[in-house]
Design a protein around this ligand. Structure first.
Ligand SMILES: NC(=O)c1ccc[n+]([C@@H]2O[C@H](COP(=O)([O-])OP(=O)(O)OC[C@H]3O[C@@H](n4cnc5c(N)ncnc54)[C@H](OP(=O)(O)O)[C@@H]3O)[C@@H](O)[C@H]2O)c1
Length: 162
């Protein structure tokens, strides 16, 4: 099964200056819990926004360039057809983790959405691909706890494709 997982604000912003626009540890915990020991697929920009490989996950990075070197937990593909062929070799759940370019390219293949909705508006220069929620059924909604470290009201929503 192919899943998307992302966080967006009330204006669907997902990124700013190559990073996340917000600091929300609860969302990072949720992301880790959902993706641990799974295959995570990302575009080059998202890969470069992290300090390194996401541990305990197979990291698949899409890039047109040839400077990235594969390791046990890092697979590089150079096109969407090449990505789809590689994904067929995994039996476990696959999580496309962004960014907007990858979400757009993989939208027709995705079965389930894990959306963190953050009820605030941030400066953003990357926006989530438009999603027609008429095509999706909300199957779970969990309110996130706000506290000193998690200042923004947020919720975790899971949708299945109808
Ligand atoms: N809020 C969230 O949940 C979330 C999640 C993920 C990312 N983000 C944010 O989103 C921003 C990055 O998103 P983005 O849309 O700019 O970039 P992206 O999707 O992460 O990466 C785009 C890059 O991936 C490679 N690529 C994509 N499709 C390809 C294809 N078909 N063939 C070959 N290469 C391909 C290209 O890299 P090359 O130039 O190497 O060819 C392209 O420049 C950052 O700010 C990040 O923090 C937010």
């Amino acid at each position: 099964m192919i899943n998307f997982i992302w966080a967006e604000d009330d204006e669907q912003h997902i990124g700013y200056k190559g990073k996340l626009p917000w600091h929300l540890p609860n969302d990072m915990k949720f992301f880790k819990k959902m993706t641990i020991n799974k295959v995570v697929v990302m575009g080059r920009n998202t890969f470069e926004s992290f300090p390194g490989l996401l541990p305990n996950r197979v990291n698949v990075v899409v890039s047109s360039k040839s400077d990235l070197v594969e390791t046990d937990n890092l697979k590089i593909v150079h096109s969407i057809p090449e990505l789809n062929s590689l994904l067929e070799t995994f039996s476990d759940d696959i999580f496309v983790i962004g960014g907007a370019t990858l979400f757009e390219e993989m939208y027709s293949n995705v079965d389930r959405l894990y959306q963190t909705k953050i009820h605030a508006i941030f400066d953003g220069d990357v926006t989530m691909v438009p999603i027609n929620y008429d095509d999706w059924q909300l199957v779970e909604k969990i309110d996130g706890q706000t506290d000193e470290k998690n200042k923004y009201q947020h919720e975790f929503r899971i949708y299945n494709r109808k």
